[in-house]
Design a protein around this ligand. Structure first.
Ligand SMILES: Nc1ncnc2c1ncn2[C@@H]1O[C@H](COP(=O)(O)OP(=O)(O)OP(=O)(O)O)[C@@H](O)[C@H]1O
Ligand SMILES: [Mg+2]
Length: 263
């Protein structure tokens, strides 16, 4: 990848705002994301994390602000717009079809066909094995319905589906909240693999340890505003907790509009 490409963020959200009734759920929030980077979004319940990324995924329409993809302003009015730009969301409640196998899930709604117009199961399974082999080499249960898979395996099916359709940006909102420790490790390995492939990931998690292990940078939100931005190798977990709880920004971090004003 050239330096020029590396210098252009995959995503730039600038001064994004949205209100529900009178409540400013997101208030002039700016975040960016580079290729191969994991950016952790942190903050208490109701801080605005999910709302901000739902604007990126097209689930909510913003009241103000701009979104740039690869340096160019884009229009995202619905999930289809976002997908067309390579932005995919992996939900905690996984959008997988339980009664069919991994290959069928990967191609759900976008099935491959043979020259005769019938479903090309052979090609779909071959592609599924290729993508899953790259993401999760231990995965062997290609013939089983997805409902019999573990949470971590289901997660990898959902991610494989996104990758197969050229996602460049993945949004993961609490991807491990419903998973056990072993499966959480599996998802962490998946994230590391996706990074190597140059995919950018917004990771929302309540587990600051998970975020520290996986994220290159963190963005802390509070009351809809960005408190600050920090590189995980330049701040301590305690400093980030101080940002989350008090809005206090340590010297190595960059303050946002929601930073505590010290008089
Ligand atoms: N569809 C909606 N209608 C009304 N208010 C909403 C809606 N979605 C979010 N909000 C409000 O916006 C604010 C931010 O919520 P959001 O879900 O983005 O927080 P969060 O940081 O993701 O929290 P959590 O950690 O609990 O998931 C909250 O006050 C919430 O009640
Ligand atoms: Mg949320």
């Amino acid at each position: 990848m050239s330096d020029i490409q590396k210098d252009t963020p995959l995503i730039e959200m600038r001064d994004i705002s949205i209100a529900f009734g009178g409540v400013k759920a997101v208030d002039r929030a700016s975040v960016d994301l580079f290729p191969g980077e994991v950016v952790g979004l942190l903050g208490h319940n109701g801080a605005g994390k999910s709302t901000l990324i739902k604007i990126l995924s097209g689930a909510y329409k913003r009241d103000g602000g701009q979104i740039l993809v690869n340096g160019e302003e884009v229009t995202i009015n619905n999930p289809r717009d976002a997908k067309a730009l390579g932005i995919e969301t992996i939900y905690q409640t996984l959008a997988v079809a339980d009664n069919v196998d991994a290959a069928a899930n990967l191609y759900l709604g976008r099935e491959l066909q043979t020259a005769w117009g019938t479903l090309d199961d052979v090609a779909m399974e071959a592609e599924a094995r290729k993508v899953m082999g790259r993401l999760n080499p231990n995965f062997k249960r290609f013939k089983e319905p997805v409902k019999s898979l573990s949470g971590g395996q289901r997660q990898s099916v959902a991610i494989a589906r996104a990758i197969l359709f050229n996602a460049r940006i993945l949004i993961m909102d609490e991807p491990t909240a419903a998973l056990g420790p072993q499966e959480t490790t599996q998802v962490a390995d998946l994230i590391k693999q996706l990074k190597k492939d140059g995919i950018g990931i917004f990771l929302i998690s309540h587990d600051i340890h998970d975020v520290f292990d996986l994220a290159d940078r963190v963005v802390v939100m509070k009351n809809g505003q960005v408190v600050g931005y920090a590189r995980t190798d330049e701040v301590t977990k305690d400093e980030v907790l101080g940002m989350i709880i008090m809005g206090k920004v340590p010297p190595a971090a960059i303050p946002g509009p929601g930073a505590l004003q010290t008089v």
